[in-house]
Design a protein around this ligand. Structure first.
Ligand SMILES: [Zn+2]
Length: 471
């Protein structure tokens, strides 16, 4: 006798408790390895022997049907310990009414039918890499209040939602790369003033929630509490495949700071959500965030997804707004490629200018009245031109000089100007010929220019009009 337990703990120091068995080199708890319901005194003894440490380490142990209750809380909390447990197994255990004051770490643990009921996590709570197999939700009536609550790479397998009436007040909550095999996963963003009351939801007050790479196939819903729509946490939905979910709904959600890079969004239902605005137009948060050129392709893809989403919900007005942004990104991409290869320059220049024209004339096909105004403008401007350059209109020759004196204004002038407008219309309609005739080089030149302009703008007008009526 006389040796101490050599078991390495989280800080890589040895356990150091007196050896339980002369040859084992381990204390009683570490020699047992498995803590069953009747052995809790061994656990409490272990904790009290380590009372001088900051961290109580339960790594590598297996717990069967242990109820972590008041005694456990007194042992841990009285000294303000943090709890560390790595690769521990909890089989049919229960943590009941425990207030963890400091950080708890349950990384890479296995929780089989184990639940945290009425527990409060005052420090950071890390459950990264842990697996939860359960019939009843592993967390019910719990509150998470530390700076961060992390379930990165955790796996939840159970018949119900993993959280039943829980509240996260942490700054950050992360479900990044989690696998949730449950029927429902409902998150409600609550304002600071709002308590939690709805059983179905996990109420969250965090200013950042990370769902990046979450895998889930049931019903997903993210909602802002009605009274807290002003709250806009940073939401990461990167690489989420919402199409795999049975349903995915954002209702009354504030998406002013939501990132959807590489997410598949076609099937998502957005109901009364709030998107960020930019120059009175809807825009994705990702575009406001990432101004650098490397993300243009990602942004284009995101807008395409959003556009498809609106189209499949027959919301063509919104689809048009996403299409506008998508085209704007395409235009930036075309501009980005300018001058990369010498060859391509002319082609690139042409592409850039085409986008510029497309935008100027019809806001990428979204504004057909503007395209119409362009056509009307062409008509009137060239009418003026012909009024002075001269033409024949049904046996009457019209030609005024630039120095035309307004004081000799008469009804005849108005009629001649109307003739000029008719001539202009005829030119646009390719009707200039024998009876309607250009009589000077200036007029012929005007007709050619007008035809080129018309041939460019008319299709853009028709395209915008077609889009309007397809809706
Ligand atoms: Zn030990």
């Amino acid at each position: 006798m006389g040796g101490t337990c050599e078991q390495k703990l989280a800080d890589s120091s040895p356990c150091g408790r007196p050896e339980y068995h002369p040859d084992g080199g381990k204390c009683r708890l570490h020699a047992m390895g498995v803590v069953a319901a009747g052995d809790t005194h061994a656990l409490l003894e272990y904790i009290s022997d380590h009372a001088d440490r900051e961290v109580i380490d339960l790594s590598g142990l297996e717990f069967r049907e242990v109820e972590f209750g008041e005694d456990f809380e007194n042992a841990i909390v009285s000294h303000g310990h943090s709890l560390f447990s790595d690769n521990a197994i909890f089989d049919t255990c229960q943590f009941k009414r425990i207030g963890f004051i400091n950080r708890v770490e349950f990384s890479d643990c296995t929780f089989d039918n184990t639940s945290f009921v009425n527990c409060a996590f005052g420090g950071d709570a890390h459950f990264g890499g842990s697996s939860f197999h359960y019939e009843a939700p592993p967390f019910s009536l719990c509150t998470f209040g530390g700076k961060g609550t992390f379930f990165n790479f955790s796996k939840f397998r159970g018949s119900s939602a993993p959280f039943d009436t829980c509240m996260v007040g942490s700054e950050a909550l992360s479900f990044a790369n989690c696998l949730v095999e449950a029927d429902q996963f409902y998150i409600r963003i609550a304002g600071r003033e709002v308590g939690f009351y709805d059983v179905r939801y996990l109420a969250v007050q965090a200013s950042e929630i990370d769902f990046t790479g979450l895998k889930f196939q049931g019903h997903f819903e993210l909602a802002n509490d009605r009274r807290s729509l002003e709250v806009s946490p940073l939401l990461h939905f990167g690489q989420l495949n919402f199409a795999q979910m049975r349903s995915a709904t954002f209702v009354l959600a504030n998406l002013e700071k939501a990132s959807f890079i590489h997410a598949i969004l076609e099937t998502v239902r957005f109901i009364n959500v709030r998107w960020p605005d930019h120059d009175d137009r809807r825009i994705a948060y990702d575009e406001l965030q990432h101004s650098d050129k490397s993300t243009l392709e990602d942004l284009r893809w995101e807008y395409q997804q959003l556009k498809k989403n609106s189209e499949s919900n027959q919301d063509y007005v919104r689809a048009g707004q996403w299409f506008y942004r998508e085209t704007e990104i395409r235009r930036q991409m075309a501009g980005e490629n300018c001058g990369k290869r010498r060859f391509a320059r002319l082609h690139q220049w042409f592409t850039c200018e085409t986008y510029a024209l497309y935008k100027a004339v019809s806001e990428y096909g979204e504004n057909y009245p503007r395209a119409f105004l362009w056509l009307a403008g062409l008509w009137v401007v060239f009418g003026f031109w012909y009024f002075f350059t001269g033409f024949d209109f049904a046996d009457r020759h019209v030609e005024y000089h630039m120095c035309w004196d307004c004081t000799r204004f008469s009804g005849e002038h108005i009629l001649d100007f109307l003739r000029a407008l008719l001539f202009s219309a005829a030119a646009m309609a390719l009707q200039v010929g024998r009876t309607v005739k250009a009589t000077s080089t200036g007029t012929v030149f005007g007709v050619i220019v007008q035809l080129i302009c018309t041939a460019t703008i008319l299709p853009l007008f028709l395209l915008a009009l077609r889009r309007k009526f397809r809706r």
